[in-house]
Design a protein around this ligand. Structure first.
Ligand code: MGP
Length: 300
């Protein structure tokens, strides 16, 4: 492949061979196996208990005791049923898609579900620990042979035009929201709070690679900002579709969608065969108005 990707099925081996310094940084964690989750044991930090209680929603295979997580992943990993919905949605909208890019892949919650649907999935993260978790977790879900991992800052990867000559059918990202404090303000400012860059810069960087983009964002995101960034970067006629995503009746976040194939998807049911989920996407959004968001209810 020429470029420096680590194949998830031999992540440790390639890291050691090609990036020894990085491997040395990760080695203590590999040796003491401290990121491996023993499902029945509560995390040491009491602030994580609420996430641990719902751990089987994060990874249904967590009881295998083969799932790996960091402190940050407990509160930022996308619950499996939601990640599965995203993958099924893309599959329904772009049936012949081959390549998906997950920009902040974290522990692989989304990467793994995409790899269940598509032959090639790239995962990018600026945390070696997270990449290691993704690789390990992908093994549990038996999709590690379809996942290629790239270590680095997204800004730098973009500057190097790393994905420019790869035909990426869809980009997905659940960027860092800044931790559980994201709800402290009524409205989440997507320009100043989103990490590692605001929504305008992030979307701009992604549009250079693919026109089909999905972002999983805080439930209190400023929808006016989504509207204006769409207009600014894609023109007055462009559309951004926003769905509210619920799980067990509880609102988890919003998903912002760009690209004709995704936005104009009419059917309204993505046939999520595994989870028997359906989507209510009746409201296509027009960027001229405050975006009316439709609801995607995991319980529907
Ligand atoms: P939450 O709001 O912390 O939990 O995260 P919950 O159960 O809705 O809590 P409550 O406050 O309503 O009681 C909900 C979901 O949002 C998580 O499962 C993650 O998928 C996602 N999420 C939360 N945070 C803090 C982040 C984050 O910083 N980054 C990313 N990418 N996702 C996050």
């Amino acid at each position: 492949m020429g470029k420096k990707f680590y194949h998830a099925s031999h992540f440790k081996h390639t890291l050691k061979k090609r990036s020894y310094n990085r491997y040395k940084r990760l080695e203590p964690l590999i040796k003491d196996d401290s990121l491996r989750i023993q499902s029945h044991l509560k995390p040491a930090d009491p602030t994580l208990f609420k996430y641990w209680r719902f751990r089987r929603n994060l990874f249904s295979k967590i009881d295998s005791n083969g799932i790996y997580m960091t402190h940050e992943l407990w509160f930022s990993v996308t619950p499996e049923s939601i990640a599965s919905f995203f993958a099924n949605f893309v599959r329904a909208c772009i049936p012949d898609a081959q390549v998906i890019l997950d920009v902040f892949c974290g522990g692989g919650g989304n990467t793994i579900q995409f790899a269940k649907q598509f032959p090639k999935v790239f995962g990018v993260d600026f945390s070696l620990e997270h990449l290691y978790c993704t690789a390990q977790n992908a093994k549990v879900y038996e999709v590690d042979d379809r996942i290629w991992l790239k270590y680095g800052r997204w800004e730098k990867i973009c500057a190097q035009e790393y994905f420019q000559d790869i035909n990426v059918d869809c980009i997905f990202a659940s960027p860092p929201w800044g931790g559980p404090n994201y709800l402290k303000k009524d409205v989440y400012d997507l320009e100043t709070n989103l990490q590692p860059m605001g929504i305008t810069k992030l979307l701009k960087s992604m549009l250079k690679i693919s026109k089909n983009i999905i972002l999983f964002l805080p439930r209190n995101s400023d929808l006016n900002q989504l509207s204006s960034v769409t207009r600014k970067l894609l023109g007055d006629k462009a559309k951004c579709k926003v769905l509210y995503v619920k799980e067990n009746g509880h609102l988890k976040g919003v998903v912002a969608i760009w690209g004709d194939a995704l936005v104009n998807y009419e059917n309204g049911s993505t046939n999520n065969t595994e989870n028997n989920k359906s989507t209510d996407d009746q409201d296509e959004t027009d960027q001229k108005d405050i975006i009316p968001a439709s609801f995607y209810d995991m319980d529907a």
